[in-house]
Design a protein around this ligand. Structure first.
Ligand SMILES: CC(C)(COP(=O)(O)OP(=O)(O)OC[C@H]1O[C@@H](n2cnc3c(N)ncnc32)[C@H](O)[C@@H]1OP(=O)(O)O)[C@@H](O)C(=O)NCCC(=O)NCCS
Length: 192
């Protein structure tokens, strides 16, 4: 059984771990030095989690005490953030701890996180991704499309199904939330 639950402020330590993993470089590069998380351009995606408008989910597999993956979105204001589009468009991050990758957790997290975003009335979500990152396939599956290049990174946008242009894939509110082995605690959305 897999628990998907809101990312809350008490998950802050895990969110730093997730952001560290999300700073992806092509193999065989190791993870970046952890100190980079304190860089003003990086820490903005995780610091002080739980602000109004923050929206995120974590995955906790059966038998694990701590989350092993997260998909989170934050609206940054006034041009802040590498994936900034406008003040209303959250920037999305996703990461699964290395030993848990490739088991479908990222796909499930993204499906639920996008469903939650659309249900909240968010009209579009932005992200940036390294051109060589295989995560691009995951993003395309959920309706993200490259709209611009920032340095060599893809700036990708997905729109809410009702807005049009977005994929009607698993991120759709119409997607079946009752996949086998998935326990979804919707609860209050991350009171963030
Ligand atoms: C990207 C990430 C969150 C995906 O989570 P995951 O649990 O490993 O992925 P899943 O098992 O759910 O697979 C979903 C899809 O991801 C894509 N994918 C992501 N990483 C991949 C990899 N290393 N190799 C192959 N496919 C990969 C595939 O399209 C896959 O779909 P498929 O199995 O139908 O081909 C996870 O691999 C990760 O944390 N990677 C490092 C951090 C990162 O790159 N974050 C994104 C930064 S923009």
């Amino acid at each position: 059984m897999l628990l998907i639950r809101p990312l809350v402020s008490s998950d802050q330590a895990f969110l730093w771990d997730a952001l560290h993993v999300a700073l992806w470089d092509p193999p065989p590069a190791p993870l970046r030095p952890r100190e980079l998380l304190q860089d003003p351009h990086v820490r903005i995606y995780a610091e002080d989690w739980g602000r109004v408008g923050d929206l995120g989910l974590v995955a906790v597999p059966d038998g694990e005490e701590r989350p092993v993956g997260a998909c989170w979105m934050r609206r940054l204001q006034g041009g802040v953030g590498f994936g900034y589009v406008d003040d209303a468009t959250p920037q999305l991050g996703i990461a699964v701890l290395p030993t848990f990758q490739g088991r479908g957790l990222g796909r499930r997290l993204m499906a639920e996180a996008l469903s939650a975003a659309w249900a909240e009335g968010i009209r579009q979500v932005a992200l940036t991704v390294h051109p060589a990152n295989p995560a691009r396939r995951l993003y395309e599956h959920f309706g993200f499309r490259t709209v611009e290049f920032r340095r060599t990174f893809h700036l990708m946008l997905a729109s809410a199904p009702s807005v049009g242009g977005a994929g009607l894939g698993e991120g759709s509110p119409n997607a079946d939330p009752t996949r086998p082995g998935l326990e979804v605690r919707r609860g209050p959305l991350p009171a963030l």
